[in-house]
Design a protein around this ligand. Sequence first.
Ligand code: GLN
Length: 240
Amino acid sequence: MRRSRSADLRQGPPSRSPDDPTRGSYTGDVSTPVGVLALQGNVPEHLDALRACGADARPVRRPSELAEVAGLVLPGGESTTLSKLLEAVELLEPLRERLRAGMPAFGSCAGMILLAREAVDARPDQHQLGALDVTVRRNAFGRQVESFEADLAVTDVHGGPVRAVFIRAPWVESVGRGVEVLARVPGSVRGPASGKVVAVRQGAVMATAFHPEQTGDARLHDLFLQRVRALGLASAPSPG
Ligand code: GLN
């Protein structure tokens, strides 16, 4: 009997051997830790993926923990709930502040929605972090579409396509100048999702409409960590 999708998804990523190209090439030489926003969603899976790339990854639940990390992953979940929780634990303004100051961030699904400047079909009181100059549409694949999978070519991700798992996912309706499109739903997929933008990057901030933590392929986490490392080195105090 085929297992249900939700049972599959609960399993978390399979472990990867060191020479597996999807394992990630990040060498872990960022001395400052990176964080995973740990209010809701697949927090352990994101921590595992970052650690598989060699990073010192920790959960972030309060402002003092945010202050200690050099970059932050915002997991999927429910953007309305995450927005409320961010406010309740007094992380909303400190997070906005860090993002304004250039902290690298990587949002997946609901994380992408929160990072966007604007979300269509969101509750009017939902907070937007505004770190990506994009408009996203919540539940864009259709409310009845629980999940959808596709193989995507992703800019700067080498070694073959990325298996993308979409779960009640948004897509990006429009991008501002300065936003790089990293991936689209392939044209071979029929229907309204065909060709839609599902991964973007703007400066230090990237986001995917899908869940890279679900597949054991750490290449997107690795891409995020490369940006953390590049910015960390660039901003390191010069000796003397
Ligand atoms: N549909 C959810 C939202 O609007 C996102 C789903 C997810 O993160 N898997 O926030």
